[in-house]
Design a protein. Structure first.
Ligand code: HEM
Length: 334
């Protein structure tokens, strides 16, 4: 799609957004509809045509996932039954413009569709930050609307943006984390977090709140500031292709379990590091598309339940994602 010039200046790291004070909070019983959410993205980026409004830049890949015995114990979902599960993967960059550079201070992403031998599918989209930029769908929408370009200047109104920040400090937490963290050196050398909490039902019948992350087998490696300044605009895809040509790129899927009192509904708050963890599976990336496009393009990586083994928590942003991703997909595939 032709991206309006103003969109070049707008990076939509999934959620690195600000929120309008009190625009929705308390004033509405109903959360914004899926259409209203997508229209708020369009108010900033222009009509959605062909590209995702968030993480517009990406590269398709493929591989497989195998649960550990601990994963089989902790979730009765088919994905965790220990058989090898095929995956369609998309690595992304948190920009609104598919031609944006790989060196922006935004999140990178790892999106996965699991396809079990028995025909079940499970989708997820993960980011290279442990927290999201909006505590609620209302804040996400209000933040987007506040960043609408002023028709007179083509730029967001700085006073409106400043007012968001002042009144909604939680919406600045992800941006602060990103500002304090060097960029990943490779799509293969950063952890990715699912951010939202889910309920996992184990073989013992217990249901536990957990968040997942994907930890790189190669370890975490980041660019220095100097390296960031000199990297080519599209270095991530080339680097990944070279890496996978040598050997599969692997990640451990790790669950972190909530303790009583941990907030399971607010994705801007990370749980303390001392919460119990379990390695529940290993993802291997074995192929990378040689160029743009591929099997990941028509997928929206909707956050799905895999009942009864993995089901939604009461996090309202999780609930909002499903419908919004579907509406966005339908607009970009028109
Ligand atoms: C209120 C909450 C959220 C809303 C309304 C929202 C909305 C969207 C939309 C509309 C898309 C484009 C979908 C498409 O066209 O295929 C998208 C993509 C994406 N979002 Fe979100 N999002 C939310 C929360 C999150 C969170 C918490 C994360 C962190 C894990 C996240 C990570 C991503 C990623 C990685 C993509 C790109 C997926 C891909 O590779 O196709 N989003 N989001």
């Amino acid at each position: 799609m032709p991206i309006p010039a103003r969109a070049l200046a707008v990076t939509l790291a999934a959620g690195a957004l600000l929120a309008l004070p009190g625009l929705w909070a308390g004033a509405r019983a109903e959360p914004p509809s899926s259409e209203a959410i997508v229209e708020a993205f369009e108010a900033v980026l222009g009509p959605i045509r062909a590209n995702r409004p968030s993480h517009a830049k990406g590269t398709c890949a493929a591989g497989h996932f195998t649960a550990t015995p601990e994963g089989t114990r902790l979730s009765v979902a088919p994905v965790f039954n220990g058989q090898r599960v095929a995956t369609i993967i998309r690595f992304g960059v948190g920009v609104g413009n598919p031609a944006g550079p790989d060196t922006g201070r935004t999140t990178r992403s790892l999106s996965i569709r699991f396809e079990t031998p028995s025909g079940d599918t499970w989708d997820m989209a993960n980011i290279s930050a442990p927290i999201f930029g909006s505590p609620t769908p209302e804040a996400l929408v209000a933040g987007l609307l506040a960043r609408r370009p002023d028709p007179a200047t083509g730029q967001p109104n700085p006073q409106a943006v400043a007012a968001f920040v002042a009144a909604n400090p939680a919406t600045t937490l992800q941006g602060r984390w990103l500002a304090a963290t060097l960029l990943p050196a490779s799509w293969a050398t950063t952890p990715y977090w699912g951010v939202n909490a889910f309920r996992f039902q184990g073989t013992d019948g217990q249901v536990r709140h957990a968040r997942w992350s994907f930890e790189p087998a190669a370890g975490t490696q980041r660019l220095t500031e100097e390296e960031t300044r000199t990297k080519p605009a599209n270095f991530l895809a080339d680097e990944l292709r070279q890496r996978v040509a040598q050997a599969p790129v692997e990640f451990d899927m790790v669950l972190q379990f909530a303790a009583p009192g941990d907030d399971v509904t607010n994705p801007t708050i990370a749980w303390p590091d001392d919460r119990p963890r379990a390695v529940v599976g290993r993802l291997a990336v074995t192929e990378v598309a040689p160029g743009p496009g591929g099997a990941c393009d028509p997928i929206s990586f909707l956050q799905l339940d895999m009942a009864p083994g993995v089901t939604y928590s009461d996090d309202p942003t999780l609930q909002a994602r499903t419908g919004a991703y579907a509406v966005s997909l339908s607009r970009r595939l028109q």
